[in-house]
Structures are given as structure tokens and as C-alpha cells.
Design a protein around this ligand. Sequence first.
Ligand code: PHE
Length: 458
Amino acid sequence: MDEGKQVGRGAWGSRLGFVLAAAGSAVGLGNIWKFPYITGENGGGLFVFVYLLCIAFIGLPVMIGEILIGRRTQASPVAAYDRMSGHRRMWRLVGWMGVSAGALILSFYSVVGGWAMHYVVLALQGTFAGASPEQIGAAFGEGLLGSTWTNVAWHTAFMAIAVGIVLGGVHRGIESAAKILMPTLFVLLVVLLGFAMQQDGFSEAASFVFAPSAENLTAGGVLEALGHAFFTLSLGLGTLITYGSYLAGKDDVVTTSATISVLDTGVALVSCLIIFPIIFTFGMEPGAGPGLVFVSMPIAFGSMKGGLLLGAVFFFLLLFAAVTSAISMLEPMAATFIDSFGWKRRRATWVIGGSIYLLGIACALSMTGHLGWWTDIFGKSVFDSIDYITSNWFLPLGGLAVAVFMGWVVPEEDSREEFGAGSRFAALYPLWRFLLRYVAPVAIVCVIGYLFYNTLTS
Ligand code: PHE
């Protein structure tokens, strides 16, 4: 390493603080909103099984690699790749690609986070109580997606929270927020799970999620499982390089990464076990797509006893999960400007947060039918275009970069030393190296190839 830890760089207050912050990053809309609906669309069981394999054999090794890059260099992604690659331009670019993808994702993520806030209010106002499915559908469609002001106002509120936390810095901002929000989130999950277990549809839901049925699983579904594994573990953007860079050299990265993956997967599965029993009990379709959480769930809340409170709790849960992930998309870019250009945290956070906010407004407007020219050229709204490019291309490419970098570019002695440092599992090094060198790259190249093929043929 060419320089020591920069003075004034942030650091985690404790190992638990890091685990909660990283788990906070991982547990997000991806777990509670997206995972249940793609599980529904892909027919449940077998899809879940494939997803678990992807987490264990591809996601986890890449996660360890990413955190190690950060811990070793004590630097944000661009500087980290730069130093560890011996100042190669290409790797700096990879760093930039990651942090930019984080910023891009945040622009539409914040809009959806705003929806969660809107729904907390709707639930508390009793809007869902006794409302017909049509009325609830309209509340989402015309009432939210169709209303520029509602969309932009909530996006503003959500971004303000994210910026506020990142302004506080690593220890006082991000770690403190995670220490409050994550335990609360776990409690809310348990409360909702307890409720779901009393529903008639619980056993049907459990077998839908866990019994392997191959019915609706396609090759595309398998690749979707891998793509989602990257998204849900927050891989490929340099989030974990950044968070890892605030760790001290002796922290056990292997155990920590496994803990984060287990927590993340647990929340995704529990979310399914909360959502599907309610969906089945109230006779709704599991494959309802993105509207599962914002339409189907409110319909169910509207017709159940205590639905007012449960609905509010559910959307609070979604909101908390979204906030801790959002800050982890903003921090890498902010840290990059702080590390590489010597900006003050205040300035970096405001400038970057502000730019993302403006882009988010474009996403919000594009949903309400504004910015039609963009849709005319690219065939998708700004919102969908950014989602498509980042989730499908940037994340897998970023993950591939980590695997190739740690597996092939970094000298074996260095990677062995880093992997073993502070870890009880140093003996697993050969397995890790094998997964990173062969399994992860081949799987990711398949995903990218499939996407390429799909794009060309459609
Ligand atoms: N993992 C988060 C989720 O599941 C999303 C995320 C992706 C956060 C990449 C940070 C970086 O919602």
C-alpha cells in the first residue's frame, strides 16, 4: 500500500456497527418489494432454491472480495482499484462505473422509497379500510404514479433523509442510523410474521416459497435469480468497498460477510412468508408483479381486522429498509469526492445528493407521462431505463470486475494474506479463490450473454 490511512477518514465505532450498516445496505426494497414479486412471477420454490445457490456460491465470495478490497486499501472505490491495480486506468474506470451506478440507482430508488412514505401516511389515514380493489389500484395508479406533485414531494422527503444521514458521516450518521433502524426493522418483521402465521393461507404460502416446483421457472428466471443476488447483497457498485474501507485491518471479513448474507436472505424469505400468506388468504395472485406490495397488500390490509395498524407497520418496515440502502448508494460517490478530490463531506454530500435528487425528479416525471421524448427514443421511461441499465448491466459487470480483480489480477500471496487476516476461516481460501476465478465469472458471463442475446433479438 502506498499510503497509510488518511487522517480524518471515517471509521466504524464497532464491528456490530459495521455489520448493521452493511446489512442495512443489503436489506432494502430488493428484499421486501422485489424478491417477493419475482418469486411470485417465477413460480416460487425452485426459483428460491436457485437464488440461495447464487447467494452462497457467487454472491458471498464476491462480497468477501469487495470488502477485502476496501479494508486493504482503506480507500473509496476509485482510489482503491487504482492503488491495488498498480495505477491502471482501466481499473480506475471500473471504480467510477460502480460509484456512478450507485448514484444512478439511488435516483429511482428514492422515488420508490418516497412511495413507501406515502403509503405509511395512507395506511394511517385509513385510506385502505373497506376500499375496493379498483379504488386501491387507482390510489396507486392515478393517485400516486399519475400525480407529479405527490411523486416529487415524497422523493424530496426521502432524499432529504438520506442526505441528512450521510452528512453526519460514517460513525455518527450511517452507523447510528443503522443501529436504530435495523433492530427496529427486525422487530417489525417478527411482528408481521407472527400475524402472517395466523392466516389460513400460511401453509400454502410456505409450500409455495419452499417446495421446489419447476413449473414456472425458465432460463431467464435462473439468470434473474443471479442478477437479483447481486442487487440484494449490494454488490458490484463499490458500496462494500467503501464500507470495508472504514474497517480496521484485523476484522474478520469472512464471518462478517456470511452474517450479512444470512441476514439479507433471512429478511427476503421472511418477507415472502409475510406477504404470500396474506395474498393467498385474500385470494390474490402471487404473480402480480411490482404492484404486489403497493396494490395487493393494501387490498388485504383494507379488508382485515387491525389492517390499519398492520399496514402502517408494514410500510414503515419498507421505508426503514429503503433508507439504510439509500445511504449506502450515496456514500460511495461522496467518499470518492472526499478521497480523490479532497472535498469536505458537507460539500460532497450536498453536491452529489443534489444531483441525484434532480435526476430522481426526471425519473418521477417520466412516470407521470412527462418526458415523452425520452420514451420515444429509448422505448422505456427514464425510470425504467435507469433501472434496466444499472440492474442488468452495471451490477453484473461490477461483480464480474470484483471477481476477476481478486481472482486473477491481485497476486495470489496478497489475496491469500488478505483473506486470512483476522479470519477463523483462512483454510477456506482455496475454495474462495476457485469460486472467484471460475464459478462467478462463468455465471456472470452467462447472464450478460443472455441479456445481450435478448437485446439483439427483441
Ligand atoms: N441491496 C439493496 C436492496 O436490496 C439495494 C442496493 C444495491 C443497495 C446496491 C446498495 C447498493 O434493496
